[in-house]
Structure formats: structure tokens, C-alpha cells
Design a protein. Structure first.
Length: 172
């Protein structure tokens, strides 16, 4: 079986790629296909997240296991047919935890055809990839006070701190 997967960059402009991949290939192979389709360097950490019909983020499937004390599963441990069993199955893909390139990943077709090329294969491209990751309007939750702090107010909070007050400059 060949899966056609639409990968959409979360940005104002329409930027997406359709990638074909075999059902028995892994999420790691899809990760490599996304890197190629969107011309990303592939040098940063990344994760897939299982998602429902409303695009709610579920279980994380990371590129690498960062906790050596456990044997958590990684992208290489999951076949496409296991995590995306039918048309309409969705995942969220996040690349580079600092810039947070975020993509919606959805199965748009499953065809019973003979594989004739090396997969994954980018079969359709739409939109130009931006040079920088789209800005995120993220909310920061202050766990001590249970209040939401707007990202724009962060600079004011740092201005109120007297960080250097206890440093004796003669020690340097």
C-alpha cells in the first residue's frame, strides 16, 4: 500500500507538500521525507505527536530517546500503517524546538498500487518555504500564581529584576 500524506506548514501563507510513502516504512522515513520536501537541514530535534480530528496534541513520538534510563519508542519504531491506519488519520510534526517549525500531517489517500520508485517521494509542492520559522504567539503559564503571562509582557518582567545586585564585580 502507498500512503499519500499531506504535510502543511503552520503559517499564514499556504505552504504544503504531498508525500507518498509505503505503509511498512517508518515515521523516521517520513521525517526524512519531510526534511527533503521542505528543504530543512535535518540537524535539529523533532517529534511527531498523535493527533485527533480536532488537531489536539497527543502522545509524543520523538526522533531520539533523550532519557537513557528508559527504552521509550522513537520514530524508527513505528510503521506508517500503525500510527496512521486510515485516510483522515492525523499527526502533528514539530521540527527544531527553538524555532518550533510546526506541521499538520494527514493521510489524504491510501492506494493499493505497486511501488515503482524509491519512497518517500514528494509528489506535489505548493507555496514557498519561508526562510525563518513562523512566529508563535505562545502563552506562558506561571505555575506559582496560576496566571497567564502574555509573551509581550516578558520584557517588563525582566526589567523589574535586579540580577546583578549580589555580584561583587571585584571578583572578576
Amino acid at each position: 500500500m502507498i500512503y499519500k500524506i499531506r504535510v502543511i506548514l503552520d503559517t499564514k501563507d499556504d505552504v504544503f507538500r504531498d508525500i507518498e510513502i509505503r505503509d511498512k516504512q517508518t515515521l523516521f522515513t517520513l521525517y526524512k521525507g519531510i526534511m527533503s520536501a521542505f528543504s530543512l537541514q535535518g540537524e535539529e530535534l523533532a517529534s511527531f505527536y498523535v493527533s485527533d480530528g480536532e488537531w489536539n496534541q497527543g502522545k509524543e513520538i520523538p526522533l531520539e530517546n533523550m532519557d537513557e534510563s528508559t527504552e521509550d519508542e522513537t520514530m524508527a519504531d513505528f510503521h506508517i500503517y500503525e500510527v496512521m491506519p486510515e485516510v483522515g488519520s492525523r499527526m502533528i510534526f514539530v521540527y527544531d524546538y527553538l524555532d518550533m517549525w510546526t506541521f499538520s500531517v494527514e493521510v489524504v489517500a491510501i492506494e493499493d498500487k505497486k511501488a515503482v520508485l524509491n519512497y518517500p517521494l514528494t509528489v506535489y509542492r505548493f507555496g514557498a518555504m519561508p526562510l525563518k520559522a513562523p512566529k508563535r504567539n505562545m502563552e506562558i503559564i506561571n505555575l506559582e500564581e496560576d496566571e497567564v503571562i502574555d509573551e509581550e509582557d516578558d520584557d517588563a518582567a525582566f526589567d523589574d529584576l535586579d540580577i546583578d545586585s549580589e555580584i561583587d564585580m571585584e571578583d572578576f
